[in-house]
Design a protein around this ligand. Structure first.
Ligand code: SF4
Length: 990
């Protein structure tokens, strides 16, 4: 390569040498401009970058192997070969017309110059290192020979036909000297043959280990051993058939054994974190300012974007943008961000103004408003910067704008690095990326293109970047060298380790040729499996010869519990040579092992020993504390602060006593939450911890529920104004029409327009022909299931909340209801809430009805055990508000779909059983109805006492944690632990 490039730069006048990336761009253009001719290479209207790379490889193969394509295929010609031929011809034509030469045609160009005698003859030429050169390389070598005074060509050769078949006859030189010394190298080169076994037991060592990790660990221990015995680390090498795979283990194991090493690995430029950030930057405007893209971009530490706010420089914090944009339901579109945030500010402000909002929460909401205002400023400035990348431009102009933004955002500034290694990695990646931009700019002077949009520019740039490799670290020959099998040939080391000697890794005979079947490979004269095996043998032999003093072979026996088969080369080498074993060595050099042993000592109580060695990154006392919390405090009853039992902290108890004093107003659901899980209550209502909001693209369960409540409220409220509420058979048709009209009006207030919304509306309204809607079934149930004595009377009766006229019953009150809890502290409790519906009889008996549009969640047993409070507390509250009426029942009205509408009495007074009609056949109808209501008040009294004492432990109820519990990920609840309980204050009633 260097030789031909030198000739080219010395003698070329009119041509331009292009890079592999530029070749790919040309192929991409050819495909795009004639897309109808190349259906094979298009997927969803674009050829993938992988496809273009494969085409480049295919063209390269045709040139280097001088394949007469597609004629050589004979009867195998097809539309695929026609398209491949067309791409090849168009590519060559383009290069010729534009005086371009690629890396493959460069050989051709040099051959032409040599045969045309445009170049002076060489005096002496020495060529060595070629094993089975390609046809075009052979032509080049021959033309060099023809132009040389003295020509010396060294062929790697031996008597072993399993490895050597190229004897150089193709050079046409009669006098070929065979100089094969009968030394150890010659002895080794007889591998893969049937010669009698020879003794290499002082040089050749073989071992196997359970898995790859142990394999690399064994190598590390052996290297430490060699170094301890005076070996020079620079003279030790480890070769892997697959360097990337091996390097991952080496990076983990070698530092643990304190071995200095250098991995000869080139990483993909596209995988570099700093380059990925540049692509993330481009993605934001190219892909319509998606929320996820912007948050992802801001999370990158390479983004140093700052904006001015109140005279100070600020950074946009990704967690803030993430949380608030989710809350604002922003999905994408640069124009949707600011209106989304402004709407959210409006919502937060009305929540702040609501008297229902407790003071601490009001403060935190106020802070959120300020935070969102700050975000608006920052995002506006960031979008202004990023928008400069948008629009249709030439590639050159796109690159200019990108460079401008990178420089504005300090990308080239490589000063703030604390770690030399990361600095090295990023500076290498950036310089490689800027080189790529330079070469793109140059090549687009050569290959002019039309103006393209940002999306197309992004695709082009990523295509070119994917090809690029870079080396993260400086090469360091003073350390143990970790390398690939093929990279190490022709070098010299004292000690060589060859790892991963397993079938499939070595030999590799499954090299795939793009776009070709096995038969086509044969007709094209490409390498067959037999050729590949011979080459693999040669490179293995060449690798073995690298080792001067010793070679250590090793293979893993399994990978993730799957057995591995050792390489056939192990078989061959052990048949030919006497060898020794290795690898049984005591591990005394691993830091991890030392820490592991220390952990064992700790577990046995040998604390002093651990403190002396002190190799752990944490203090021993810290580790012990953590172990104790898990092993002691989180066992059996909830009785420590680690389980939310805070009663021993006077400050907290004082604060809780104040927080839950007699002025505190509770809703029934607060007690339900505390009863089921005090810890959840604590996180939600005391710490105000919230989960990240979700983006809602369709109607939410809450919206569904309130929509039903709203429709039914308006229906009955309007009937009430006309003087009759109860639906009868005679006005069934009219009632249905009425409720459907209301439903239409309510649906029109939503802006959804998707199949889920259409199906939801149809579920409510039916289709007027076959399917009955939920509202129709509801009206029927209202006629059939209302006990004759009852009539609907109050709807959405609100207690203790601010009144929104037109949304709640006109008898609603803003004052909470105060219920008597009997002797002792607390003596009373203030209740607020909203009662869905209250049906009343002529003799002033009433029934509370609660609509359920989600799941049936509470049973009668829950009322008894202090997990369900709505029905009993609402009955008691209404009685308290109006002493002239008596509550005799509480019912659930389950409304899910047209086929699942049920009403049943959950708790009721048996004295009035006859009045309940068909609703009264449940076990919640009891003689001791009044006692049951009082039982709920007793539970409440106990809960308030526990809250004041700071008792906020996780649930004591087996299997009751709700699936949707937002704190599941941070709570340590364990069902099995409940079996160890000796009794809990909260659980006493069960
Ligand atoms: S998962 Fe269960 S125990 Fe944990 S917070 Fe939620 S309800 Fe409480």
């Amino acid at each position: 390569k260097d030789f031909t490039q030198k000739i080219f730069s010395d003698h070329n006048k009119n041509n331009i040498l292009i890079s592999p990336e530029e070749s790919e761009l040309i192929i991409s253009q050819i495909l795009h401009q004639n897309s109808s001719n190349f259906p094979l290479f298009f997927h969803k209207e674009v050829p993938s970058s992988r496809m273009i790379r494969e085409l480049k490889k295919f063209i390269s193969t045709l040139i280097n192997r001088k394949v007469n394509y597609p004629e050589c295929l004979k009867d195998l010609k097809s539309s695929k070969s026609d398209q491949l031929e067309l791409v090849f011809n168009e590519y060559i034509k383009y290069l010729k017309e534009n005086n371009l030469v690629d890396g493959d045609l460069l050989l051709h160009w040099v051959i032409q110059q040599l045969t045309g005698s445009n170049i002076n003859s060489f005096n002496n030429v020495f060529i060595y290192g070629f094993y089975e050169p390609l046809p075009l390389e052979k032509d080049l070598i021959k033309s060099i020979a023809d132009n040389s005074g003295n020509f010396y060509y060294a062929i790697p050769f031996g008597d072993n036909k399993a490895i050597f078949i190229d004897d150089g006859q193709w050079l046409g030189i009669k006098d070929i000297q065979k100089n094969i010394p009968k030394d150890q190298a010659y002895q080794i080169s007889n591998i893969f043959s049937d010669i009698p076994k020879s003794d290499l037991s002082k040089w050749l060592f073989i071992s196997s280990k359970r898995d790859r990790l142990l394999e690399v660990r064994t190598i590390a221990m052996q290297i430490r051993n060699l170094i301890a015995r005076g070996a020079d680390p620079r003279k030790i090498a480890v070769a892997f058939p697959d360097l990337n795979k091996g390097a991952a283990f080496v990076n983990e194991v070698f530092p643990d054994h304190g071995i200095p090493f250098d991995v000869a690995i080139h990483d993909d430029l596209a995988q570099s974190p700093t380059i990925q950030t540049i692509f993330d930057m481009l993605k934001v405007p190219a892909l319509n300012y998606k929320r996820t893209h912007l948050v992802g971009l801001l999370k990158s530490p390479y983004i140093r974007f700052q904006y001015e706010h109140e005279g100070k420089k600020k950074r946009l914090l990704p967690n803030e943008v993430d949380f608030e944009s989710l809350a604002a339901n922003i999905i994408e579109g640069s124009n949707n961000w600011l209106p989304g945030f402004e709407a959210l500010i409006g919502e937060l402000k009305s929540e702040i103004e609501s008297p229902d909002t407790p003071e601490p929460k009001r403060n935190s909401l106020g802070n959120r408003v300020k935070r969102i205002e700050k975000l608006i400023k920052g995002i506006t400035e960031l979008f202004n910067d990023i928008k400069t990348l948008e629009g249709k431009k030439t590639i050159g102009d796109h690159i200019k704008k990108l460079r401008c933004l990178l420089s504005k955002w300090d990308f080239q500034k490589l000063t703030d690095y604390h770690e030399e290694e990361i600095y090295e990695r990023d500076s290498k990646a950036l310089s490689s990326f800027f080189n790529l931009l330079d070469s793109m700019e140059l090549s687009f002077l050569v290959i002019p293109t039309k103006k393209i949009d940002l999306n197309e520019f992004l695709t082009t740039l990523s295509l070119l970047t994917q090809e690029k490799k870079y080396r993260k670290e400086k090469e360091n020959r003073n350390k143990v060298q970790i390398t690939g099998l093929r990279e190490i040939v022709h070098l010299t080391f004292d000690y060589l380790f060859i790892a991963d000697m397993v079938d499939g890794e070595i030999p590799r005979v499954s090299l795939s040729q793009p776009f070709t079947s096995d038969l086509e490979v044969e007709r094209m004269g490409l390498l067959t499996k037999k050729d590949l095996l011979r080459q693999e043998r040669y490179y293995f032999l060449a690798t073995l010869l690298v080792a001067g003093k010793r070679v250590y072979l090793i293979y893993p026996q399994s990978e993730r519990d799957k057995p591995l088969v050792f390489s056939s080369f192990i078989d061959s080498i052990t048949k030919c040579f006497e060898y020794n074993t290795w690898g049984e060595i005591e591990n005394t050099t691993s830091i991890l092992l030392t820490q592991f042993n220390e952990g064992k000592k700790l577990a046995q109580g040998e604390l002093d020993y651990a403190m002396i060695t002190n190799t752990s990154p944490l203090k021993v006392s810290n580790i012990l504390e953590k172990i104790n919390i898990e092993n002691f405090y989180r066992k059996k009853d909830y009785n420590s602060k680690y389980d939310g039992v805070l009663e021993n902290d006077n400050g907290i108890v004082e604060e809780m006593t104040l927080k839950f004093d007699d002025s505190k107003i509770y809703s029934p659901t607060m007690f339900e939450m505390f009863g089921l899980c005090p810890f959840r209550y604590y996180l939600k209502n005391i710490l105000y911890l919230d989960v990240m909001p979700r983006i809602n693209t369709e109607i939410t369960p809450q919206e569904r529920g309130s929509l039903f409540h709203r429709i039914v409220f308006r229906f009955y409220n309007e009937r009430k104004e006309k003087g009759f509420t109860k639906v009868t058979e005679s006005d069934q048709k009219e009632a249905l029409q009425h409720i459907k009209t209301i439903a239409h009006e309510e649906f029109n207030k939503f802006y959804y327009d998707d199949p889920v919304w259409t199906a939801f509306k149809q579920k409510y309204l039916g289709d007027d022909i076959l399917r009955q809607g939920l509202l129709e079934t509801f009206i029927k149930k209202e006629i059939e299931d209302i006990p004759p004595d009852f009539s609907p009377a109050y709807f959405e009766l609100s207690i203790g909340n601010p009144i929104k006229p037109g949304c709640v019953d006109k008898y609603s009150t803003e004052d909470p209801v105060i219920l008597d809890l009997g002797d002792g502290d607390p003596g009373t409790v203030s209740i607020r809430g909203k009662i869905d519906r209250l049906d009343i009889t002529g003799n002033n008996k009433f029934m509370i009805i609660d609509y359920k549009t989600g799941k049936k969640d509470h049973s009668f047993k829950d009322v008894k055990s202090g997990l369900a409070f709505q029905l009993p507390l609402y009955i008691l509250s209404v009685e308290n508000l109006n002493t002239e009426i008596d509550g005799i029942a509480g019912a659930y009205y389950f409304v899910k779909n047209p086929f699942e509408i049920n009403k049943w009495i959950q708790i009721g007074d048996k004295t009035y059983k006859d009045m309940f009609g068909s609703l009264g056949k449940v076990n919640g109808i009891r003689d001791d109805f009044g006692v049951m209501l009082l039982g709920s008040l007793n539970h409440i009294k106990k809960y308030i006492k526990l809250m004041r004492r700071g008792m906020f432990h996780p649930s004591v109820h087996f299997g009751k944690c709700p699936d949707y519990c937002e704190y599941k990920t941070i709570c340590r609840f364990n069902d099995l632990r409940l079996f160890e309980f000796e009794g809990s204050e909260l659980d006493e009633s069960n």
